[in-house]
Design a protein around this ligand. Sequence first.
Ligand SMILES: Nc1ncnc2c1ncn2[C@@H]1O[C@H](COP(=O)(O)OP(=O)(O)OP(=O)(O)O)[C@@H](O)[C@H]1O
Ligand SMILES: [Mg+2]
Length: 259
Amino acid sequence: MTSDTSPGTSAPDSAAPLVSLKNVNKHFGDLHVLQNINLDIARGEVVVVIGPSGSGKSTLCRAINRLETIDDGEITVDGAVLPAEGKALAKLRADVGMVFQSFNLFAHKSIVDNVALGPVKVRKSKPAEAKKLAMELLERVGVANQANKLPAQLSGGQQQRVAIARALAMKPKVMLFDEPTSALDPEMINEVLDTMVGLAKEGMTMVVVTHEMGFARKAADRVIFMADGQIVEEATPEEFFNHPKSDRAKDFLGKILSH
Ligand SMILES: Nc1ncnc2c1ncn2[C@@H]1O[C@H](COP(=O)(O)OP(=O)(O)OP(=O)(O)O)[C@@H](O)[C@H]1O
Ligand SMILES: [Mg+2]
């Protein structure tokens, strides 16, 4: 949701995009996986990225928090060019929360410790404060009653909500989600999507790779359709789902909507 309801943010650049990609190119060997990508994401905007397998959606997300380097072009987060390495990169990673298909929780740490760890290590929070924040976030995603269990004792949907809480604990400026529900059993998908819709309503800036149309319709300000490393189409969810323009998008929607 585009939010114009944040009175505290009167920084002079608050109208500038929060995330900006300019002429971004990336190759894997001969494969031109990101082809001259230009994309601005406004503060509070929710962008859903959709497209066929191999179109570059994950690479785009991973480039935004520099899990992947880019060959040329520029990516800025809140006006700062992505640092190459070191402390500045750790800080950037903390500003950009990421939730993957696999939850990647620490198996031998309790749920609350999983969430509290990042703030202590990266943000230098006091352990007691980090734990308090972790409990608040677990409450918010609806799993506070699981705080002292180990990840394996939770359902997939619960673990994914913990992964969201863990990312939020770093107080990120933007959250990236890469197919967060595609590894979940159907009955657990909605509990994760509901958490994400809540986050969107609160004004979080989000980039979400998903094929969940319901989520896109409910929460997205903009849908981006990628194919072969390019942004082929961008539109509001209504426009995109009801009146896709390109043959690629029509073909893709035909396939995913028919099953
Ligand atoms: N580390 C890598 N080395 C070589 N090729 C890669 C690497 N990562 C991704 N690719 C290739 O880059 C292309 C884009 O991959 P990417 O994972 O970004 O696609 P995607 O749109 O996320 O696909 P999916 O919907 O299947 O998740 C694919 O052809 C993939 O095989
Ligand atoms: Mg992917």
